[in-house]
Design a protein around this ligand. Sequence first.
Ligand code: SF4
Ligand code: SF4
Length: 383
Amino acid sequence: MENIADYKEIVDVIKEKGGDAFKRCFQCGLCDTVCPWNKVRNFSMRKIVRQATFGMTEIESEEIWRCTTCGRCPQRCPRDVKQIDSGVALRRIATEYGVFPTSVTPIRSISASLIGEGNPINEERKNRAKWAEGSSVNAFAEGMEYLYFPGCYLSYDPRLKKVARATAAILNAAGTDYGILGSKENCCGESIRKTGDEELFKRLARENIKSFVDNGVGKILVSSPHCYHTFRNEYPEFKVNFEVSHITQHLWRLLEEGKIELKKEYKKKVTYHDPCYLGRHNGIYDEPREVLKGVPGLEYIEMAESRVDSLCCGGGGGRIWMETPKGERFCDLRVEQAVAAGAEVLVTACPYCITNFEDSRLNLGLEDSIEIKDITEIVQEVI
Ligand code: SF4
Ligand code: SF4
């Protein structure tokens, strides 16, 4: 296969993005021992790094699109190769050349939808606040303490709108001073950036930042760990700093301050899945667990591969938009782990995880064995 990207080009992009990190690799292979792909098929980040070092990357290959940016291998790398940044740099080259293997072609329509409507699911921008109808949610106005930013999937997806409504119900019950921007917000841009479309990320980020600044936003509450990650760690690249909280942090704060009380019994065995972008990427492990453990009657179970070793659901790095064949879906393994641990409810706090786990539950015929819930749905039930 022809190598379109030459060595200099790869090195330039990688340098710009993550330093000359590929060259530091000494091929120990530790990355491959923890990569979730190796539970379902052969995949080698070590090999990708080696090829890139010699300018041998086949950018037409599916391989550079597999990484879900789960964050497991960077933690194990003894040479700080920055596999995620370096891998995204390769995707940037492929994106610039317009080279997408078949499984990645959906990205083209995702990009068109992001450009046209500000969301990846081809929904109309004007309907972005429709989820809130009948939920006593106000438009954000200057002087309000928090902007609640539900993100694309909670704004439009029928399953996830329930999560947005549960969140609003909790915020209302707690007396949180908040509003939403509705059609004045865009996708945060985190996942399209990980597919290598840097220009589109910048466009979405700039539009959001303008909207936040124009409307006097200072503090932002988010439901998606992907929005959390990009607002907190990537938007400062544009010389802005909003105070960002994930909803799990806010729930914990509300409990600590006595603004909500977990009163009703929830007599079920519950386990919690750490979303990669909440746990490994941002160190938020305790707040969701503490909230769940405070629910009367709830029996909390920890499943295999939790906290820092959490098994990725497969949805990060733009993989949520790519087709993953049956038998290669990590989310199926995760739902099976939850069932094996004896859980009746698998709780998480990320729209991608919920989407993938709901699919797995149906595909594996486990509808009667396990429920999938966002943490806000349980809290709403018991306050
Ligand atoms: S863990 Fe780091 S040094 Fe080892 S093979 Fe992977 S990228 Fe290279
Ligand atoms: S970040 Fe995760 S999915 Fe990507 S190569 Fe590393 S372990 Fe594999």
